[in-house]
Design a protein around this ligand. Structure first.
Ligand code: HEM
Length: 184
């Protein structure tokens, strides 16, 4: 179950329907993305801070919040620039972000509402700045791709850990999941 980030990116682009027009539009608005990134980071961390569990993770060390603010700005801006035109560097960066969250024990229940907050807040700012519905859609698709990376990292890491510890085959593991789901 080792995921190739580049292949995964190509699959997601197809499934989510990210087009070359979306990419061009995002790139043309990269300066706007950078301009609003800090405000989006503020909304994002204010949101996480209102949840006791996530607030405790955020404040586990003193420099963490500062580092996070900076990395959020970079992450947000990269959705517009695509780094290397949404190639290997972009996919590997998204995969690494996923792994960082798995290591911290941050799961789907935290990440999905957090991404919904990004989409909601950026939507408000897009309207305020008179930006097009096409930009909103393109950005929404990018957020879903980035979210899928974090979610998939969670599955891949958990599954690989079980397979490594038990020596089970992938086929057996999948059968156990199916029978486990049936029993619930
Ligand atoms: C929309 C979802 C999220 C995005 C896009 C995001 C983005 C990022 C990025 C870009 C990094 C830096 C990764 C690196 O070091 O390479 C990071 C790290 C981190 N994130 Fe998130 N994050 C999300 C959700 C969350 C949630 C829900 C929490 C819960 C508290 C969280 C807490 C953290 C923490 C604690 C770190 C590590 C900070 C450090 O010590 O360096 N993130 N995140």
């Amino acid at each position: 179950m080792t995921l190739d980030p580049h292949t995964f990116m190509a699959t997601l682009e197809k499934r989510i329907g990210l087009t070359s027009e979306d990419k061009e539009l995002l790139k043309s608005e990269a300066n706007w993305g950078l301009e609003v990134a800090s405000e989006m980071a503020d909304h994002f961390y204010a949101y996480l801070g209102r949840d006791a569990e996530m607030d405790a993770i955020l404040h586990a060390s003193n420099e963490r919040m500062h580092r996070l603010h900076e990395t959020f700005i970079q992450w947000f801006h990269e959705m517009f620039t695509g780094m290397d035109n949404w190639g290997n560097a972009y996919a590997e960066r998204r995969w690494k972000i996923g792994l960082v969250h798995v290591r911290l024990g941050i799961g789907p229940q935290h990440v999905v509402p957090a991404m919904a907050t990004v989409i909601y807040e950026v939507g408000k700012r897009l309207t305020k700045d008179g930006k097009s519905a096409n930009l909103k859609d393109a950005l929404g698709r990018m957020c879903m791709i980035d979210l899928a990376f974090i979610e998939q990292a969670y599955i891949e890491v958990s599954s690989s850990a079980v397979l490594r510890e038990t020596g089970w085959s992938e086929g057996l593991f999948k059968r156990l999941i199916v029978s486990g789901a049936k029993a619930m």
